[in-house]
Design a protein. Sequence first.
Length: 255
Amino acid sequence: MNARAKQERIETLYMMGFSYAEAKKFVENCESRPAVTFISSAERSWGFDLTQSQRSFGVEIECLVNRQKLINAALFEGRNISSELYNHTDRRDIFKIVSDSSVMGEDPNEVVSPVLTGADGVIHLKDVCTALANARAKVNKTCGLHVHISAEGMTEDEQMMVFRLYAKAEKVIDSFMPKSRRGNENCYCRSIANYIGKSKREVIRLGRYHKVNLTALFNHGTIEFRQHSGSVEYEKIQNWISFCAGLVDYVKHHI
């Protein structure tokens, strides 16, 4: 990375609310576990703790898993999972497992959380991730991890600021994603880098298959982040939720 590119990345992260020192540290260490470095730098700069936040969140985990094995594994953890046909109904208390035609492989499914909040929500997520591991759930490059963060209390300008900050930082975020989730490589999470100057109405017309999806505001009252690659690992999932929620929180309280 040349000096100009390095400085551009630092300035992009600084614009997102990173301290200059954390932005510089991330760019210098981007070849070594970049996702972990990026997210931990964001959390330190924003001072954000998902377990203490009252902003609700949700997650959609695309994976390959036998439904009955997952349901049984979840029961062992003291959690219920409902097996359903594909639907967009929000659950308030239990996870559901639905079919997903975008996932290729044996037993393609999507495990969808209820609305989760704070420490209780994080514990619920961790229990289900343990169940996924015990059910031998797997992911491949057709799988994605979709995170919903509540937009409650946010103005339209603040919602658009989240979209625009992510769009401006997209190349940096791409740098710690697998190639299949960068740029326009994936038709289910297309680039938003060229839409920074668009109005909210124009962004909505783009549809939901973009890295940040604002059409979710109408159906769920959330901002959806669709870029992350598939994972059934609790640490990766929790870290990405924290990053997305931290960005929303930063826009709401510091911009």
